[in-house]
Design a protein around this ligand. Structure first.
Ligand code: NAD
Length: 915
């Protein structure tokens, strides 16, 4: 049997939102809006048809024997080299055998299918057994053009052969016409395109049905015996009409992928075919047709082997591995459509010595290193002497391919000084599994994603483009494995033990379940008492939660102790140690309520609430802290409440206990710091029996404890570096609460005790919260208290504060009156300028400011000769001066226009401190 034996797909990760093209260029070409749906794929700056073909071919070769490949056909209309065999570069990168046939197929959009037909014919002829067909295209168009919207970049690879066939070849039919709907002259970068209407009506809609009907007739099949029809056509309506013309139902037709990646040139029929194969069931028939100066149509019938194909990224993997961008200038820069200044460093010589490239081709293009026969050490590059100091054997290295070996980042940097088309230039040390490392460039990632230990895979990319000599040089780069960063950053609790008090219901129960789902072993503590803590306990609450965790496949033990007693606390921790041998997390969550207005707050109610909340946290945390100290790791969470942080009528006992927990945290964070014990506090807002009669019913319904749990889980995890912080959490909203301390004031310079009258006189300064800060500990608080900032000169806005309480009442005239007082003489050395202001609006007018000999003069009216003229609306001008409007934003948004010497206008900020 002859047919397809494997397939692979590659779509560049970057996807440009077509609306970004329209938003930039719609003013010029409004009609492109008609096709501005979805995203088009776009190559990274270091990708081209060769690199994409390598990527698709590698996907196709997964679990296949590379040495069995006896021909490689590369199809593309955008080959980087006109006379250096492009397929040869791909073959060397793939480390295929040397004694195979390699060739390029080019010069038509249907060349992907032509290469397939040719390969299948060769297999049929019996000369070859396995042929790898790779099709890849990165077509350029002028900006703001329909074709820029329609096109995408991409590649596919299809292996054809006569063993383990996944889709049997049933026949093909080809038409060859010199139908020149578009063409690219030998020296042209862009296609010349004839009217779309003609290409659509005379080309696509006639020639594709003709070819498909041809192959059906040839194989004695009818259209209803075909399960999937694959044919590219970027005219959306025409794509549907062609099916209708053939009598096919819409569900038989494979989508043209306009929304997800755009048309990938001569690769598109094959890209779509890989999508069809990925969904196909044994026994189904697929027709694939490729249009371009005629049409090829091929029929395949899927076999049982398709179910045995090794997992690969494939079509879905390629489509789904994406980063959407809306940066159209980036697209233009990456494709060299706009030229930017690259700086002097970009002029460094980059000529590649062809002699070296030939000698080291396996190393450079194939990423082939060495492996020592004597000691098994892997190394890159291969050398005459083994790098293992305990071995150092000579000439002991066999060739060893690194391209498919999993690797991790050992170190990385983002270099803003190095020349890069996508700054910063990202590179670092990559460590291969089993040994071997080298300094690699990172690609297809942002600097923020990189981290030590991140799994990376090697990808074949352009290294430098030597425009002068028309040479792209290639090498291997490291790319984060898709999804690896999410896995690495996943909050997990494998082998960790968590104690959650009061976990028999409400919030504690959800914390317990969520922690267990992520691998923690749980001590579910609950006394099982009533809401006010009265009455005897019951074991059932904790037992129910333990059973739920076990049913989920987790590990948990129940504990029924009372946190309000010393023994209870000790027993809870003992339960953890007895059952699991350690304790990593304590969530002090148990709670009761005994609300009464203050005069009715009996000592019993006062004490009962403090005993459970405050003393309970002390009783459990203290014995747990000892274990955490010994093991050098711990996460402790206190549960406070809005009542404690801000106050609530009828809850004096509860408020006092809840805020006392913050005090406990504040000191514990200091004592735990050197043992990697982090202590934080959460103020939840959730529906539970404690809140059912406090919250309005409709709000209560929205307050699932599941919205609080993610914050608690993060604080409980090893990912959390925070300690000593308080967070409000509930209903999907999260914020930080903190004690801020104002800058304060020194009265009598701190030397003489002030009088109460002095306090009154300084009341505003004592109360000042501008410049307030969070203070780390009591010592830092003393330092902050005795070192208040120097009294500041009154600022422009403040200067008028007494006479005009609303800053908005300040007028441009008042600002210009104040300007000489805000003049910074030191910054004016050597400055000789005249700034002309032309302010529009009811409060506007003309003013000019002359700065010369380190003096400043402000006059109403127009200057004879201005260095630059600043034009603004009165309200924008006031906003800018009072700091509400950023000058750069004002400039870029058009609110501020500057004519004359624009550079000199930048001095204004230095010369005047108006904010
Ligand atoms: P809840 O009543 O559903 O849960 C509290 C659990 O603590 C109960 O299962 C109870 O049996 C247990 N418990 C009480 N006393 C105990 C003791 N001495 N020993 C062991 N277990 C005991 O209430 P919830 O709303 O889930 O509250 C959990 C925590 O969150 C409490 O500390 C509460 O003060 C705090 N809180 C909750 C909210 C909210 O909106 N739900 C708001 C602020 C603070």
């Amino acid at each position: 049997m002859i047919g397809i034996t494997s397939y692979g797909t590659y779509i560049p990760r970057l996807r440009l939102d077509r609306m970004a093209i329209f938003q930039s260029m719609g003013w010029f070409a409004p009609a492109i809006m008609m096709v501005a749906q979805g995203e088009r794929s776009m190559c990274n700056w270091d990708e081209d048809s060769i690199t994409m073909a390598v990527a698709a071919a590698r996907d196709c070769l997964v679990a296949k024997d590379k040495n069995a490949v006896d021909a490689l056909y590369l199809a593309s209309t955008t080959l980087p080299f006109a006379d250096r065999q492009n397929a040869g570069v791909v073959s060397t990168a793939l480390n295929l055998r040397d004694n195979i046939v390699t060739t390029d197929f080019t010069a038509s959009q249907r060349v992907g299918t032509t290469a397939m037909v040719t390969a299948l014919d060769a297999i049929k002829g019996g000369e070859r057994k396995n042929i790898l067909v790779a099709a890849s295209d990165k077509r350029e168009t002028k900006a703001a053009y329909f074709y820029e919207m329609w096109y995408g970049d991409g590649a596919a690879a299809i292996m054809v052969g006569n063993e383990d066939v996944i889709a049997e070849y049933k026949g093909s039919f080809s038409l060859s016409y010199d139908f020149a709907d578009h063409y690219r002259g030998r020296v042209n970068k862009y296609d010349y395109v004839w009217e779309e209407r003609w290409a659509r009506d005379e080309g696509y809609s006639k020639i594709i049905p003709q070819a498909i009907q041809g192959v059906l007739d040839q194989t004695n099949l009818t259209i209803d015996q075909i399960d999937t029809l694959v044919y590219p056509c970027f005219f959306k309506a025409e794509h549907k009409k062609i099916a209708k013309k053939l009598g096919a139902k819409p569900e038989q037709v494979m989508d043209n992928l306009h929304e997800v990646c755009g048309e990938t040139g001569c690769a598109h029929a094959l890209v779509m075919l890989t999508g069809a194969l990925e969904k196909a069931k044994p026994g189904q028939r697929i027709i694939v047709a490729g249009f371009g100066q005629g049409c090829n149509a091929l029929i395949f019938e899927v076999t049982d082997n398709i179910t045995k194909l090794a997992p690969r990224s494939g079509f879905d993997g390629a489509i789904n591995n994406k980063q959407s961008i809306d940066n159209y200038p980036k697209f233009l820069k990456f494709r060299d459509i706009i030229e930017t200044e690259m700086g002097i460093r970009a002029e460094a010589p980059i000529q590649i010595a062809m002699t070296t490239l030939w000698r080291k081709r396996k190393m450079i293009l194939g990423l082939v290193g060495g492996k020592c026969r004597e000691c098994g050490t892997q190394q890159f590059p291969k050398m005459d002497i083994c790098v293992n100091p305990n071995c150092n054997a000579h000439h002991s290295q066999d060739e060893f391919e690194f391209a498919d070996i999993p690797a991790k980042i050992n170190s990385y940097t983002g270099d803003l000084l190095a020349v890069s088309i996508d700054p910063p230039h990202k590179y670092g040390m990559v460590q291969f599994e089993g040994g071997g490392r080298f300094m690699a460039d990172f690609t297809d990632c942002d600097l923020e994603e990189l981290q030590v230990g991140l799994p990376v895979q090697m990808v074949f990319r352009r290294r430098v483009a030597d425009k002068e000599r028309g040479l792209s040089s290639y090498f291997w780069k490291a790319m984060p494995v898709p999804g690896a960063s999410e896995i690495l950053n996943r909050v997990k609790f494998d082998d960790q033990v968590a104690i959650i008090t009061g976990a028999g219901g409400g919030l504690g129960k959800i914390y317990a379940l969520e922690l267990a789902k992520r691998g923690a072993k749980i001590v579910v503590n609950d006394l099982g008492g009533s809401r006010d803590g009265s009455g005897g306990g019951s074991t059932s609450a904790a037992d129910v939660v333990v059973n739920e965790i076990k049913a989920l496949g987790g590990e948990a033990v129940a504990n029924y102790d009372n946190v309000a007693t010393v023994e209870g606390g000790e027993n809870i921790v003992k339960s953890a140690i007895d059952a699991f041998g350690r304790v990593d997390i304590v969530i002090n969550n148990a709670g009761i309520l005994r609300d009464k207005s203050f005069t009715k707050m009996t000592p019993e109610n006062w004490k009962a609430v403090l005993d459970v909340h405050l003393n309970g946290a002390y009783h459990v945390t203290r014995p747990a802290f000892t274990h955490m100290k010994d093991q050098g790791y711990g996460r402790i969470i206190m549960t406070t409440s809005a009542a404690g942080l801000y106050g609530n009528f009828g809850q004096t006992n509860y408020s006092a206990a809840k805020l006392a927990l913050v005090g406990l945290m504040n000191t514990l964070k200091i004592e735990g710091a050197k043992y990697n014990i982090k202590v934080n506090t959460v103020a939840p807002l959730a529906a539970s029996r404690l809140t059912e009669d406090i919250m309005p019913p409709d709000l209560f319904a929205k307050m699932k404890p599941e919205f609080v749990a993610p914050m608690v889980l993060y604080l409980a995890s090893d990912k959390c570096e925070e300690s000593g912080a308080i967070f409000n959490a509930g209903m999907g909203y999260y914020n930080r609460a903190a004690f801020y301390t104002g800058p304060g004031v020194a009265i009598n310079k701190g030397k003489e005790p002030p009088t109460p009258e002095d306090i009154k006189a300084n009341w505003d300064a004592i109360n000042e919260m501008e410049g307030a800060q969070v203070i780390s500990d009591a010592n830092a608080a003393i330092v902050a208290l005795i070192s208040p900032p120097d009294p500041k000169p009154k600022k422009a806005a403040a200067a008028t504060a007494e006479s005009a309480p609303e800053e908005t009442t300040m007028s441009p005239k008042e600002i210009f009156d104040l300007m000489p007082g805000q003049f910074n003489k030191d910054a004016a050395a050597g400055v000789d300028v005249v700034f002309q202001y032309s302010i529009s609006g009811s409060g506007g007018g003309d003013w000019f400011v002359t700065v010369k000999d380190q003096t400043c003069d402000v006059q109403a009216g127009k200057a004879d000769k201005a260095t630059c003229t600043i034009k603004m609306k009165d309200s924008d001008f006031v906003d800018m001066v009072s700091g509400k409007l950023n000058p750069m934003q004002a400039f870029t948004s058009g609110k501020l226009t500057i004519s004359g010497d624009v550079m000199k206008s930048q001095l204004i900020e230095k010369l005047f401190s108006m904010k």
